[in-house]
Design a protein around this ligand. Structure first.
Ligand SMILES: Nc1ncnc2c1ncn2[C@@H]1O[C@H](COP(=O)(O)OP(=O)(O)OP(=O)(O)O)[C@@H](O)[C@H]1O
Length: 363
């Protein structure tokens, strides 16, 4: 799958800009703040229907405008696919594929597989468990529509159950029958999510470990473990056992929305005990494992976005990563960097076609 061209209107700092891309490697170079990351984000937007960096749609619209349009033309399975995302202030965002509007955003997820590696990934280590759940969900959802649909339904029922618990507390009342209906629905959607996450980790963790070893060349033992109370008992029983607590807290304290991933290095949490370099390598290995996994599941080479990659790694490691992707029967690569010579030096080494886009400040 190849992104052939991209047009931006009023997307962040771009008022109007069109790019024609190389089928292999595309590099965006220029000073800080010229919009390199914004271009990668626009490409991300076309795959996921949202920004990787700023989930507030209205803030992705250029400050001086009241709408944006992102227009991408792809080659996929020897067909041309035109994907257009537009947003107007105060209105719902629209995604169209070949001029046909999607009724549900979820139907588009997975159609244009993509992996991004960015300095913002550090949130996966430093922030709360929701970031790590989003990561697993993002990987699985790109290849499993059922999973995504269960997730959306689960989250809807969860809000309803939480609202009911609040209502009980506010009105000093309780109705087990209504609560049981929500419990059943949480189990219907939540239990398969747990099973899928568990199965996913069995396949994903070894791929991750291989990637870590390949990038670091070090003897450190890394592990990635799925933590969930559902390992101990089915969700149905967890909900029953937590009833008194949930009523007191006025929200649902157990379920797959509390799951987490433990990131460890030599048996200790990466967050507390990993060096800066180890943390960066850990994150890159996670993302490259994501690339491998999605590729295997979807049969399509995902687009790979490398944002500010030298922020994370030295030149040797970057060369290594680009080569890894290369030997993996190459997809299409988009790189952003402040130093044109550095990027070109690395890219030249792998003897693929490439295009360098020099960006200046936009008017
Ligand atoms: N909604 C918006 N309207 C106008 N400009 C915006 C908007 N959102 C972000 N920007 C501008 O985009 C610029 C940042 O772009 P971006 O993060 O892509 O830069 P970059 O070239 O990747 O820089 P760096 O090398 O520092 O990472 C900033 O100047 C910021 O003010």
């Amino acid at each position: 799958m190849i992104l052939k061209s991209l047009s931006l209107i009023n997307y962040k700092n771009f008022t109007s800009k069109t790019f024609e891309f190389d089928a292999k490697i595309n590099c965006f170079v220029g000073n800080n703040g010229v919009g390199k990351t914004n271009i990668l984000d626009a490409i991300y937007h076309l795959s996921f229907g949202k920004s990787y960096f700023n989930p507030v749609t209205s803030q992705n619209i250029n400050h001086n405008a009241d709408f944006f349009v992102i227009d991408g033309i792809y080659d996929k399975s020897e067909r041309e696919e035109k994907v257009v995302i537009s947003a107007k202030k105060g209105q719902k965002k629209v995604i169209k594929r070949n001029a046909k509007m999607y009724e549900r955003f979820a139907d588009h997820i997975g159609f244009l597989p993509l992996v991004i590696i960015s300095p913002a990934d550090r949130d996966l280590i430093t922030e709360g468990s929701d970031m790590r759940r989003k990561f697993i969900d993002g990987v699985i959802s790109q290849s499993d529509k059922n999973y995504l649909s269960n997730l959306l339904s689960y989250s809807k029922v969860l809000s309803q159950r939480n609202a009911l618990l609040k209502y009980f507390a506010a009105n000093n009342t309780f109705d087990q029958d209504t609560l049981s209906v929500y419990n059943e629905q949480l189990v219907t959607y939540g239990q398969p999510i747990f099973e899928k996450r568990k199965e996913f980790l069995v396949h994903f963790a070894p791929i991750f470990q291989e990637q870590y070893k390949a990038i670091s060349g070090e003897a450190e033992q890394v592990s990635l473990t799925y933590q969930s109370a559902l390992h101990d008992m089915p969700l149905e029983h967890l909900l029953t056992n937590a009833l008194a607590k949930d009523r007191m807290l006025q929200y649902t304290s157990v379920g797959i929305h509390k799951d987490d991933l433990a990131f460890e290095i030599n048996g200790y949490p990466v967050k507390k005990f990993g060096s800066q370099g180890q943390q960066k390598t850990y994150l890159i290995a996670l993302k490259l494992a994501q690339f491998d996994f999605i590729k295997k599941e979807s049969g399509v080479n995902p687009i790979l976005l490398l944002d500010d990659i030298f922020d994370k790694l030295d030149e040797n490691r970057v060369t290594h990563i680009i080569q890894l992707v290369n030997t993996n029967s190459f997809g299409q690569l988009f790189i952003s960097d402040t130093h044109p010579e550095r990027t070109e030096g690395v890219v030249k080494k792998i003897h693929q076609s490439y295009e360098l886009f020099h960006l200046g400040h936009q008017e």
